[in-house]
Structures are given as structure tokens and as C-alpha cells.
Design a protein around this ligand. Structure first.
Ligand SMILES: Cc1ncc(COP(=O)(O)O)c(C=O)c1O
Length: 397
């Protein structure tokens, strides 16, 4: 049965205890209910449950599962939303949130600086079903103001964009969106639940790829959609239930365990990310160091007002372009070349040739995804070792 989570607990306490459901064995660690279904006491109880399942009554793992419910309740408690629906991946969450709420003829305004798969959903997929999408420079409030109109159903943006780390002013965009009755849908992956204050800042729907910091150890795919009870139960749940993007109970268990150390990991990784950004800024072999809490960041003031710290990701631009970037990547010893982020291990990505390869060169240029741009996801290793690894690789270019 689900235990109570006192509202006055701090996020760190909630991250360890919220949502815990114990079976009749009163196990200490959360159980993995690795089952697709549930047995009913009688035909009549099956009928009753299909008619209206109670909060601790489950039908089929595509609809819900006790381990998945623990994860949903825990992350909703931390984020401060009424409800959550867990999904098979971050992209299942982005698609589930948008596709479940939109209809043919609806209008959406989206920031143009998006992760490649988010861009696919907004630009290629939703438009195929007759949803009109207007793209704006997410950092330019005048463009948001000009793009929204009565009948705009939603605005969508990554609160910190992947990989150029543009910071969107959540309260200002929310005010513009709410004035026309649009929902504010935020992909909050780079902010992490540790630094997020998205609900207080006006977000209506918050999305995480749990694959990133929430697992935090590169093991499982997962995602989550957070919002009001009404939105999650009436809009998201029927769509997800019937289209099959559910989170596996095993992965939910990994995410639950990940949440216990989320705050400690993210704060330690963030401290190292800031130290690295400060150490690299000004290096003549780099044309840019992008980190939200560096005073040189174009949205530094917004980033400071919006987030207690700058997060675990930074991007650097190697002055010599793609060849120099590749030499740099190949010379790294601790940082691993991959496309994930938010891991305990430090990771590097060359967006122009991987996550954003699909974009035409002129669009990459407009978004600042230059041939020399490299995204760094800072892990839990010693910050001095990481700085030495990066400096050694810069010497090799
Ligand atoms: C901003 C953002 N949104 C969504 C996703 C997708 O998450 P997943 O890989 O879990 O589907 C990613 C993954 O890199 C991301 O960076």
C-alpha cells in the first residue's frame, strides 16, 4: 500500500522515501513487481476493477504497475505536481504529452533549438496529423508574443536546450502562453528535478528523460510526464495506456534507486561542470565555452534567476572545426564518446555528426551547432582529473 508523503519534507527526503508501497512482507527496499498482470479474486472483482480501479489496484502493466507507480509518485512529489505518468523513454514522454493533447487544426509554438528527436515530433510528426507548428527563437520573447494566438493549444521548449544550452525564461514564456490559454510544456532534462522550479515558474506539463540524471548510471531508458491529476488521468493516461509506451517495472525500479542518490550526484557533477567551464574559458583553442552559470553566457541573468546552479552539462567550440574536434574527442581518456548525458561517467558528444546530423547545414548554423561544437556531460570523477583530461586532449588538436 502507498504510504503518505508529508508535503513539508525536503526534495532530498522525498527522493528517498516518497511513493514507497510495501507488500504484505514489509520489505525494506522497494520490490520489483516484474509482472504484466494481476489476478482477481472473482469475475465480479475483475469487472469492478475495469470499471474503476482504485489507487492501489492494478490491471495490466501497460496501464500501471506497483513499481512503476512508486516511481511516478516519487517524482511527482519531488517536482511538486499532482500526478505523473511514466513512459518507456524520454521520447515516449515528449510524444505522449503532445500527441495526447493535440488534435488536427490545433496550433503549437515551439522553440527552434531542440534535441533532434524532439524536432522530429514537432516538425515532421505532428504536422503530418494537421497540427500547425510555429518555430521561434526561444530566447526572444517578442517572437513568442508574435507567434501565439487565440487557439494556440501549447507552447513547447527545452528549458535549457540541447546542445547549445540556450536558457528559456520560463515565467515570461508562461505568461505569454497563458494569456491565450495555451499549456506550457517543458522538456526539463538539462535542469534536472534537483534544480527545477518549473511548476512555480508557470509550467503546466513537465517532461523528463529518466534515462539521463534520474537513472544517472547509464543503464535503462525511461521517461515521465508530470502535470495536474486531470491532465495526467484524463488526457495522457488513455493515450499511453492504449498506445503502449509504458515504462517496464524493472526500469522503474532502477529509476527509483537512482532517485535516492539523484540530489548528491547532480550537485557533485554540477560543481565539477562549473569548475571545468571556468578552467576552459579563455583557452585560445576554444572559440566558445557555453555554461548557464558563466557570466559570459547570453542568458546568464535568467539562468541565475531560474536555477540555483548551472547543471551538469556544458558545450565548448573547438576553434579548428570538425577535424580539430575529432582529434580532441579521440585524444580524451576519461571522457567517453557517446550520445547519452547525465551519467556518473563523463561523456562527450559531437552533435553536428550524431544527435543533430539530420539537420541541414544552414539550420545547424542558425542554431549554433557548429562543426567544432562539443557537448560535455560531466560525471562523478575527480574534477582535477577531468580538467587534466580535457587540457591533454586540447594539446592534441
Ligand atoms: C532534451 C532531451 N529530450 C528528450 C530526450 C530523449 O530521451 P530518451 O533518450 O530517454 O528517449 C533527450 C535525449 O538525449 C534529450 O536530450
Amino acid at each position: 500500500m502507498a504510504g503518505k508523503t508529508p508535503d513539508n519534507w525536503h526534495a532530498r527526503t522525498k527522493a528517498v522515501h516518497a511513493g514507497t508501497r510495501r507488500s504484505q512482507y514489509n520489505e525494506m527496499s522497494e520490490a520489483i513487481f516484474l509482472t504484466q498482470g494481476f489476478v482477481y479474486d472473482s469475475a465480479a472483482s475483475a469487472e469492478a476493477r475495469f470499471l474503476q480501479a482504485g489507487p492501489d489496484e492494478f490491471i495490466y502493466a501497460r496501464y500501471g504497475n506497483p513499481t512503476v507507480a512508486m516511481f511516478e509518485d516519487r517524482i511527482a512529489a519531488i517536482e511538486g505536481t499532482e500526478a505523473a505518468f511514466a513512459t518507456a523513454s524520454g521520447m515516449a514522454a515528449v510524444n505522449g504529452a503532445l500527441a495526447s493533447m493535440l488534435r488536427t487544426g490545433d496550433h503549437v509554438v515551439s522553440a527552434r533549438a531542440l534535441f533532434g528527436s524532439c524536432l522530429y515530433i514537432l516538425e515532421d510528426l505532428l504536422t503530418r496529423y494537421g497540427v500547425e507548428v510555429t518555430f521561434v527563437d526561444g530566447t526572444d520573447l517578442a517572437q513568442w508574443r508574435a507567434a501565439v494566438r487565440p487557439g494556440t493549444k501549447a507552447v513547447f521548449f527545452e528549458s535549457i536546450s540541447n546542445p547549445t544550452l540556450e536558457v528559456i525564461d520560463i515565467p515570461a514564456v508562461a505568461e505569454i502562453a497563458h494569456a491565450v490559454g495555451a499549456l506550457v510544456v517543458v522538456d526539463n532534462v538539462f535542469s534536472t528535478p534537483v534544480y527545477s522550479r518549473a511548476v512555480a515558474q508557470g509550467a503546466d506539463v513537465i517532461i523528463y528523460s529518466a534515462t539521463k540524471h534520474i537513472d544517472g548510471q547509464g543503464r535503462c531508458l525511461g521517461g515521465v510526464i508530470l502535470g495536474t491529476r486531470d491532465f495526467i488521468r484524463k488526457t495522457v493516461e488513455p493515450y499511453m495506456k492504449h498506445t503502449g509506451g509504458a515504462l517496464s517495472p524493472f526500469n522503474a525500479w532502477v529509476m527509483l534507486k537512482g532517485m535516492e542518490t539523484l540530489d548528491l550526484r547532480v550537485r557533485a557533477q554540477t560543481a565539477s561542470a562549473l569548475a571545468i567551464a571556468q578552467a576552459l574559458e579563455g583557452d585560445a583553442r576554444l572559440s566558445r565555452v557555453l555554461y548557464p552559470h558563466l557570466p559570459s553566457h547570453p542568458q546568464y541573468a535568467i539562468a541565475c534567476a531560474q536555477m540555483e546552479a548551472g547543471g551538469t552539462l556544458l558545450s565548448i567550440d573547438v576553434a579548428g572545426g570538425k577535424d580539430a574536434a575529432f582529434r580532441f574527442l579521440d585524444a580524451l581518456e576519461i571522457f567517453k564518446i557517446t550520445n547519452n548525458l547525465g551519467d556518473a561517467k563523463s561523456l562527450v558528444t559531437h552533435p553536428a555528426t550524431t544527435t543533430h546530423q539530420r539537420l541541414a547545414d544552414d539550420r545547424k548554423a542558425a542554431l549554433g551547432i557548429t562543426p567544432g561544437l562539443i557537448r560535455l556531460s560531466v560525471g562523478l570523477e575527480d574534477a582535477g582529473d577531468l580538467i587534466a583530461d580535457l587540457r591533454g586532449a586540447l594539446d592534441a588538436i
